[in-house]
Design a protein around this ligand. Sequence first.
Ligand code: SAM
Length: 329
Amino acid sequence: MLPFQLITTSVATQQGLRQVYMSEHGILYQGDCLKLLSALPDESVDIVFADPPFNLGKEYGEGVSDHMEIDKYLAWSQLWLCESIRVLKPGGSLFIFNLPKWCIDYGAYLNKQGMWFRHWIACRMPKAFPRGKKMSPAHYGLLYYTKGEPAVFNKVYTPIQVCRHCGGEVRDYGGHRKKLNEKGINLMDVWDEPEDVWEDAAEASINEVLWTLTEEVWTDIPPVRHRQHKKRVPNELAPIMLERIIAMASNPGQIVVDPFGGAGTTFYAAEKLHRYWIGSEIGNIDPAVERLSQLANGITEQWESARGNKKLKPQKKTGSQLSLPYLTQ
Ligand SMILES: C[S@@+](CC[C@H](N)C(=O)[O-])C[C@H]1O[C@@H](n2cnc3c(N)ncnc32)[C@H](O)[C@@H]1O
């Protein structure tokens, strides 16, 4: 049995889960996430990532309510949070993406359950409008908890923020610019061999896009709004966000669960990063299945890596061949 086949067909059928897609790395079920989670054994998975409906009255299709009484929404959330904790291995990671308003309650609940708070990652949300007597909302919360001491924490590096008009660095690093870490400036992207991308900080030009250890504020996650990129009418996340989460908190061969699969962004990222995955989606599963089938046929999404230019170590020139110092992803 492959590690992701934690649920036997008979248990899935008993629970009313319908298997709609399977690859070498994962299985997608159509059905209620509580059924999926309750079918999983205790301490069996490495990451749970949850992007539940935000209770904003959005239309997710038949049988999905996104307009509950506050108490009901929180009580329902506690059910899947409690199950998520149960299925996580010791040291496993729980990520929950939601409005700050709900993240506060989630955090209080998780603290009481003995989960370890790691970070509240603020994902910048451009172009949101204020409602009533409020400031303009500018971020979503991404809660990051672990079940005790984290088992895996890979350092992930992201580009230093630059001005989209002039290309200049937004922050003044002063004399520290060349000392962002002991090896110099790390240009490592999460799926590269480190030796390909380290370079001597002293040689870095002021015009390069530099990379540094990921911070708690993510400003480079694009909203998925354009028809060209959207897989479905309801909302979905950009793959770059899931790639970063999965790369940070797991290693290849480990298991990622997403109870609210939507358009399958988590499964897509897990496939690309060679993690096993299990997921459920109660609504329309066609967009996720189509996307995963395309990936299986070698079709990847070109827009997803809003990471700027990635600098590779210049290769040695041979004859008239010139090196290619920048590679745009
Ligand atoms: C915010 S969306 C998730 C989007 C997803 N992260 C993506 O990138 O495509 C929430 C999803 O949860 C699904 N959903 C709502 N209630 C559910 C339940 N009880 N079990 C499984 N899925 C559910 C909705 O149909 C919706 O597609």
